[in-house]
Design a protein around this ligand. Sequence first.
Ligand code: CA2
Length: 391
Amino acid sequence: MIWRIVWQPVASPLMHILLLNGPNLNLLGSRAPEVYGSTTLAEVEQMCRQWAGDLGHRLDAYQSNHEGALIEAIHDARGAFDGIVFNPGAYSHTSYALHDAVGAVEIPTVEVHISNVRAREAWRRTSRIEPACVYQIFGRGVDGYQAAIRRIHHLDASPPIVRGSGDHPDRVGDLRLPAGDGPHPVVVLLHGGFWREQYTRDTLDSLAVDLTARGVATWNAEYRRIPPIGAWRTTIGDAADAIDAVTDLAAEFPLDPSDITVLGHSAGAHLAVLGANGADVKPRRLVLLGGVLDLGVLDPEHDALPNLLGDELVTHKDIVDPISHVPQGVASLVVHGDDDVAVDPAHSANYVAASTARGEDATLITLRGSDHWDLIDARSDAWKTIAGHLF
Ligand code: CA2
């Protein structure tokens, strides 16, 4: 007999989230730390309770090695849970039954994989379950569970209109409209992650939701990333297209394409500069947060740039260096935390110096005591300072 789970009624949390882990995940922390890290499942579950609690939500956790038990947990979640964070383990790659279960209950489900399933055996690249999920996160270690909880939180707090170009799944974005008739100014958001495939637009959800609440429309755009190595043309081209997409969206929604701000974080700031140069529509301003803006500052040992440029590293580096391509007539607000150890604050200082030397309007703000991530957390003092300069 299979024991069914009886979920306890909840007092009054904002959301009730189910954390579901599939086969072999009970082994976490005991083996293969080079692939899955050293955190145990019990620790992951406790961290997830804490991460959900920090957002005011309650989270319950369940793990099973049995497909049928997972299906029944999903069925039983109907009416009891508002969101599911689901690591289906290897069932992800085979189970149409789990796909159907997730689809049937209509509870927003984010699929999580700890490892980078796209960089391992070919059979791990396909997820049968992903089409039934609202989002997939992979390759960020156990932090991916936190990202999934946050994605569920932000989708619920401010549901976006998801629009894609139709020609590639990563040419897509989340549009959020503020209250009022418009036409609304638009902030195009371009996330960072050194152009790597495991980092996606959920990292800027917090800012997108906050900016929308402050009265501007937000277009949190995805773009194709690396691999394939040397994909700089598609990556930068997608960033430019994401800015131009505002014109198309304005045909359907009350947006003002003459008032576009492009906000980029980290490598997304690199794409904001290069994308603004390549776009047909001219943004009014750039907001560059903890940006990769001077490729000469990057550690030569860092593999991000060789990955972006591939065989063209030597010949084309200058073509993709923001400091050599400051857009003309576009004001920029350049912000860096002085505690940023992920991207050296010299990127921002050098970019602003180059911009002003060319007669462009560029303002540098150095935030004392802020790191790379404070800048994209709407709850931080850093973001409140940045928002104070924008509105
Ligand atoms: O990366 C993930 O989170 C996976 O869902 C983990 C599954 C794997 O089959 C998926 O392709 C990707 C494996 C679960 C953990 O298996 C372990 C095996 C040995 C030691 C520790 C865990």
